[in-house]
Design a protein around this ligand. Structure first.
Ligand SMILES: [Zn+2]
Length: 470
């Protein structure tokens, strides 16, 4: 994710409005449980900073999402079929879902009972699920999706209705605004999308289209498949009037750009730059991890862009090459390699910010060294030095330090170990953890292994100390 500078003023206003939302969140159950409860899946996946995000007791492998949406009424009818495996015996388990009415839940095709509380949908199958057993849960639901908003996340996110469709950008935990699931990056899965919209509306989801759209009765159905594992916050079904430009990058990766008619003039440059940048990053970061690339410009003024897998989404502005370089770098850092805990967000944002500097270096406009020196000249009183980027805070997750000081951490590392080791490290990192999960500790260990140096002091000063590194 990156804030678009022109959007900052608007966001600052929005944040001041949102900052006073009431804290009426239910408390998760305590650890002491009755014998019967011990078989209940936990209501959170175990991220101490986001205790109710995701769920425990199972691991999702696939989401099959069937969604019908009508912009005029803002009504969504959905059927989510989730394939998962139990990681404990389960008398019940939770899914994350906010708003929307649940009509029916079935587990392994048998009707199941369910309850709602806050953002938790608790499902009780007719028979307990055995530890390690695969199972499917099918949820039929309906209603008008309401986007999420809070001051930690720079405004409004999730499924955001627009006059001609919807703008869908869900970081960090907004997928629950439009489909039930295990809404935390620690549980990635593949996705199929079947999206039905009024004829004339285009549906853009992750991955590639499987077959041509079909139209009947004034409605068109689009089918998309993301066959590589994906975090829920990267799932999208962005809907609306779009002009499309399709093709391939020079290296042969399918490339789809889409722009709302208001941004039609951005379409060619978005398509060209997305192709060039995807190919260039493959030479720096290692092979492109997914089956297609591109980007989407919608006319909703989000004030930010999000790196939705295979289709970064730009909210209401013409993206320049810097922000495209940022969002496409995330396809490696964040999307293929995914954080287990939000506190490690610098592994996404520090890397994507550093990628902006590497792109400028590649284009010959400014070296990363020059950018680093400029930032390092900021006085010790600059707020960036107070916020340790290696410990992203839930109440200020997307703090500028996570981006800028995170990027500076990588440049300090490059200085310490030299260019050959540094660029080998980037490629080894993406190769060893392709499609997997990562932690800061793993990155530090790999940097030390490849460089043969003890880097504890460097990472401690740059990532963990609330002061300017000397
Ligand atoms: Zn970002």
């Amino acid at each position: 994710m990156r804030v678009n500078r022109r959007g900052v003023a608007m966001l600052a206003t929005l944040i001041s409005v949102l900052a006073c939302s009431p804290a009426d969140e239910p408390t998760p159950p305590a650890a002491g449980q009755s014998a019967a409860d011990r078989r209940a899946g936990a209501p959170g996946i175990g991220d101490p900073d986001f205790p109710r995000d995701g769920n425990g007791g199972y691991d999702v492998s696939h989401y099959d999402l069937v969604v019908d949406y009508t912009p005029a009424t803002k009504r969504l009818d959905g059927v989510a079929t989730i394939s998962a495996s139990a990681t404990q015996e389960l008398s019940s388990f939770n899914l994350d879902l906010t708003g929307l009415d649940v009509r029916e839940v079935a587990v392994n095709d048998a009707p199941a009972t369910f309850t709602r509380k806050g953002e938790e949908l608790t499902v009780r199958p007719a028979r307990a699920i055995a530890d390690e057993a695969p199972f499917t849960v099918k949820v039929t639901y309906t209603g008008q999706p309401k986007p999420a908003s809070d001051n930690a996340n720079l405004g409004t996110y999730g499924f955001i209705p627009t006059p001609d469709g919807a703008f869908v950008a869900s970081e960090p935990n907004g997928s629950k605004t439009w489909f039930p699931g295990n809404d935390h990056p620690a549980d990635k899965a593949t996705f199929d999308f079947t999206i039905t919209v009024p004829a004339g509306v285009t549906a853009l989801a992750n991955g590639e289209m499987t077959g041509q759209p079909t139209t009947s009765g004034g409605k068109t159905t689009y089918r998309w498949r993301e066959r590589h594992p994906m975090a829920t916050y990267l799932a999208t079904a962005t809907l609306g009037k779009f002009d499309l430009r399709q093709g391939s990058t020079a290296a042969g990766i399918p490339n789809l750009a889409a722009a709302d008619p208001r941004f039609k003039s951005s379409l060619d440059s978005l398509h060209t730059l997305s192709g060039q940048i995807t190919d260039y990053w493959a030479t720096v970061f290692g092979p492109y991890p997914f089956s297609s690339t591109g980007g989407v410009v919608d006319d909703y003024s989000a004030g930010y862009a999000l790196e939705n897998q295979t289709k970064p989404l730009y909210g209401g502005f013409q993206p320049d090459e810097t922000i495209i370089a940022h969002e496409l770098a995330h396809q490696w850092f964040g999307n293929s390699l995914t954080i287990r805990r939000w506190k490690d967000l610098w592994l996404n944002e520090g890397f994507a910010t550093y990628a902006e500097w590497l792109w400028a270096e590649h284009k010959g406009t400014k070296t990363a060294e020059a950018t680093f020196k400029e930032l390092q000249s900021r006085p010790a009183t600059d707020p960036m030095w107070k916020y340790p980027p290696g410990r992203a805070r839930p109440d200020d997750l997307f703090n500028q330090s996570v981006y800028t000081r995170g990027g500076m951490t990588l440049h300090a590392l490059r200085r310490a170990i030299g260019d050959p080791a540094f660029f080998t490290l980037l490629k080894t990192w993406t190769a060893e953890h392709r499609y997997g999960h990562v932690t800061t500790g793993q990155f530090v260990a790999l940097a030390e292994r490849l460089s043969g140096k003890n880097l504890d002091a460097l990472f401690d000063a740059w990532l963990l100390q609330p002061r300017k590194p000397s």
